[in-house]
Structures are given as structure tokens and as C-alpha cells.
Design a protein around this ligand. Structure first.
Ligand code: DAH
Length: 462
């Protein structure tokens, strides 16, 4: 959570570092350290009446010191918005799948994965911030909710797929506002070639075909070198092969951007679509890139991609291949294409939302009346031993209030000079997407938030 937040979704749809799990190293993060005992009580108590397990899809999982999934989060698992016919996320999935007709299309893999699969198999360092209990949801130390669709790369490659797309719900503990939701949807795509002369010929032919396709359109591409000292070729790769594969990934994704945004951002000669490539870092690719699209006066980061690390392919038993992969955030793209202003709307079951959409068609969302919002502040002293983490606060609020919490903002934070204790003040903004909330109702919810803060997170209300 940031201290002062930009409110427009188009200015900051997802934090780039958070969304793409780049290697930002925050020394203050706790890595797999147990939650405070008070937090633990709250979590297991909520899930199953102070029991020592959580039940997910009929299976019982033992809880332990790092369990931090909440009932509000577990309740999202069965919804699978990306497969609900007519839902904007499903239409977007189908559109991208139609762009890659000869790829395998996967969309039903379980969100429960081992931390090994989510991180280690993809060469994430042991101290990567994404592993922290403050950032990811753990069922217990051996099972978590995937934080990205890349978690399935090894198993799909191992199954022998060489061209595939995989769409899924992913889970990250995060702040609350109009563009952040702890569950969102990603699509992973990958293509492998044989790492030999025949494979590289196939790659070159595909590059020629894609280049022709792009030449017929108006698209302005700002490129970076495929390989550079700061974005190196992998030691086991022939640099000429890595160049060809990186070129293939760029051409393939440029055609996808043209398909998705060409109509919206303009693909005419007066108003061409502008796409920009940026060097990036991901633990499981090298070279790595991000793609941004210029939309309504701003550059929007759309996806992460790169040449797949050979270690990943070796683990998957396909050491004789090389290729690329990408991961894109569906909500972000859908918010742009459909003009959907608030990420919570994707979860709405209100007919005024759902009836606006038809499978396969992109239409502009017509906002229905916005009901008034109502904010409440809460100030408290954090427990002495462990200052409260904002994500713990947000999960508690979301668990009490569900989707009527629009926004949570930390409006004050100070450390008492004498006692060393931390005082915080949060402003919770309540607004329903489909009805007016009464003041009494909001007061009752706020009272529950306050009492659970006190009883379960051990804070001292001021
Ligand atoms: N998994 C990354 C994320 O969620 C995105 C990503 C980056 C996927 C690079 C890829 C890739 O397949 O090659 O932040």
C-alpha cells in the first residue's frame, strides 16, 4: 500500500513491480516468517471455527504458522470468471485464443500449487519478495494460491505442449482500491522451437510471415535490442538462435497488440497504435521485456515476456528446445477495452453489469448510477512487538465488508518518540456498486472491523 495513492485506474492500474513480480528487494519484508499469533488466531478461527484445517473444494488442508488464506479469498476460487460465457474476461480470453488458433488453450488448472512450483521451479531466489506471507496467500507452508500463471509453465512443457495459452485466476495480497483486487486473471502464452537448424528455420519462416502481417498495418513500435549487456543471452544459448527467438516473440506480441488495441487506440495513419518495448528482469527469462501501449495519453504496461530460461525447460524434460513465454493481466486490458472503471465490477452479479455484455463482443460499458460513498477512519497503536502490515489490515477489512469496501488508505503513520510504538490511521471508503448503503449499516460494519482489529490483530484503538 502506498501512502498517497493515485486514484485514476489509468494512471496506475496495477503496480508494475507487484503485477510482474520483478526483483524489487525490500529488506524489510518477512520471508515465510509466521504471522503474528494474533493474526493466526484470526485466520484459522475464521476459516473453520478455530480449527486446525481449511477445507477447499472438499479437501481438508492442515493449517500451520503461515496460513493466511481468508474465507473471503477462498470464496473466489469456484467463480472462474474467465470461463463464464459472456463475461468480459471470458470474451477477452476467447479473442486472444482466436489470435493463436493453433495453440493449445488451457483454462481449468487448479489455483492450489506448491511454493516450489510457484517460485523455485522458475528460479526465483529464496529471498524474492513475492514469497513473503505479506504478499502471497498460503494455505500452509506446502500449499499456496498461485500468484501467477507462470507457475504452470513446467507442467505444461512437460506434457509436451510447444504452443499454448493458459488462462487462470491468480492471487496476491494487496492494497484495496479501484484498480487492485486480491484475485485477478492472467493469461500465459508460450512457444517452443527445436534448438537446432530445423527449429531455427521454422522460426525464421514464422518471423517473415509475421513481419509481412505487420507491414500492412499502421503501428509504431519503439524497440530495444533483443540482447544487450543488461539483458543478456543465456550462457547455454547460441546468440543467433536467441536473437531469432526474441524476434519471434516480439513479432508475435506486436500482432497481438494490434489485434487488441488497433481498433481502440487507432491504427490509422493519423493515429497509429504505439507499442513500446522495454528491458525487464524476471527470474525465469533472459533476455526479458515488458510491453507498453500508448492509450489515452499514457503508456500502459500490458505484459511481461522473455526467452524462457533453459533451467525451466531442463526441469520440464525438454532440454532440446528453446522458446519464449509471456504473461498478461486480463483485467487491465479489459478495463481499457470495455471502459470498465473499477476492478470490483468484474465480480458483480448485478444484471445491470452482466446484461451489458455478450460473448465474443467488445462493447463500451455504460456506467449505471454510482451510489454515494461513505468513509470511516480508524486510528490505533500497533502491537508493540510487530507493527501491523497494511495487507493484514486490508484482508481483515475485506473479510468483514466484502466488495462494499472501495478503497483503503493509510492517512497517518507515526512512531512515538518515547515509547517507540507505531500509531496508524486508516480511512476506509465504503460504497456498494448496486445499492445505497445506510449509515447504520456502515457503522455496524465499521464496528465489526474495529472489534476484530482489537481482538484478532491485537491493536489498541485510539
Ligand atoms: N509471471 C509474470 C508476472 O506475473 C509475468 C511474466 C513475465 C510471464 C515474463 C512470462 C514471462 O511468461 O516470460 O509477473
Amino acid at each position: 500500500m502506498k501512502f498517497v495513492r493515485v486514484s485514476s485506474v489509468f494512471e496506475s492500474p496495477f503496480h508494475l513491480p507487484c503485477m510482474l513480480q520483478t526483483a524489487r528487494i525490500l529488506p524489510s519484508r518477512l520471508f515465510l516468517t509466521p504471522c503474528a499469533p494474533s493474526t493466526r488466531r484470526w485466520i484459522s478461527g475464521l476459516s473453520s471455527g478455530l480449527s486446525n484445517h481449511v477445507e477447499i473444494s472438499g479437501v481438508r488442508y492442515p493449517t500451520d504458522a503461515i496460513t493466511n488464506v481468508t474465507p473471503a479469498i477462498l470464496g473466489k476460487l469456484p467463480l472462474r470468471l474467465h470461463t463464464q460465457p459472456g463475461h468480459p474476461l471470458s470474451t477477452l480470453r476467447s479473442l486472444i485464443e482466436a489470435h493463436y488458433p493453433d495453440y493449445a488453450h488451457l483454462s481449468s488448472l487448479s489455483p492450489l500449487v506448491t511454493p516450489y512450483k510457484n517460485f523455485d521451479e522458475l528460479s526465483f531466489p529464496k529471498d524474492h519478495p513475492g514469497r513473503a506471507v505479506t504478499d502471497s496467500y498460503y494455505v500452509n507452508k506446502d500449499m499456496m494460491l498461485r500468484t501467477h500463471t507462470s507457475a504452470h509453465e513446467v507442467e505444461v512443457f512437460r506434457a509436451g505442449e510447444t504452443k499454448w495459452l493458459l488462462t487462470a485466476d491468480v492471487y496476491r495480497r494487496d492494497e484495496i482500491d479501484g484498480s487492485h483486487y486480491p484475485v485477478f486473471h492472467q493469461m500465459e502464452g508460450a512457444r517452443l522451437f527445436s534448438a537446432d537448424a530445423a527449429g531455427m528455420r521454422e522460426c525464421e519462416e514464422d518471423n517473415a510471415r509475421l513481419r509481412q502481417q505487420l507491414a500492412r498495418s499502421d503501428i509504431v513500435i519503439e524497440d530495444v535490442p533483443h540482447i544487450s549487456p543488461t539483458n543478456p543471452v543465456q550462457p547455454s544459448h547460441d546468440p543467433r538462435h536467441a536473437e531469432l527467438v526474441a524476434k519471434n516473440l516480439k513479432l508475435s506480441l506486436n500482432t497481438l497488440m494490434l489485434k487488441l488495441f488497433g481498433g481502440v487506440a487507432g491504427s490509422s495513419s493519423e493515429n497509429p497504435l504505439r507499442v513500446r518495448w522495454i528491458e525487464a528482469y524476471f527470474p525465469f527469462t533472459s533476455p526479458s521485456f515488458e510491453v507498453e501501449v500508448f492509450f489515452q495519453g499514457k503508456w500502459l504496461e500490458i505484459l511481461g515476456t522473455g526467452v524462457v530460461r533453459q533451467a525451466t525447460l531442463d526441469t520440464a524434460g525438454v532440454a532440446n528446445k528453446m522458446g519464449w513465454a509471456f504473461g498478461l493481466g486480463l483485467e487491465r486490458i479489459a478495463m481499457i477495452l470495455y471502459s470498465i472503471p473499477d476492478i470490483r465490477l468484474f465480480w458483480s452479479t448485478d444484471p445491470r453489469f452482466l446484461s451489458q455484455f455478450e460473448e465474443g463482443k467488445i462493447t463500451t460499458f455504460r456506467p449505471y448510477s454510482k451510489y454515494p460513498s461513505c468513509f470511516k477512519d480508524v486510528s490505533f497503536w500497533s502491537p508493540k512487538d510487530q507493527p501491523l502490515h497494511e495487507n493484514d489490515f486490508c484482508d481483515l477489512v475485506r473479510d468483514v465488508a466484502g466488495d462494499i469496501v472501495e478503497d483503503v488508505e493509510k492517512i497517518d503513520n507515526f512512531v512515538h518518540p518515547k515509547t517507540g510504538r507505531t500509531s496508524m490511521c486508516f480511512r476506509i471508503n465504503y460504497r456498494s456498486m448496486d445499492r445505497s448503503l445506510s449509515n447504520e449499516e456502515v457503522n455496524a460494519i465499521q464496528a465489526q472491523v474495529v472489534s476484530r482489529l482489537r481482538d484478532q490483530l491485537g491493536v489498541e484503538i485510539r
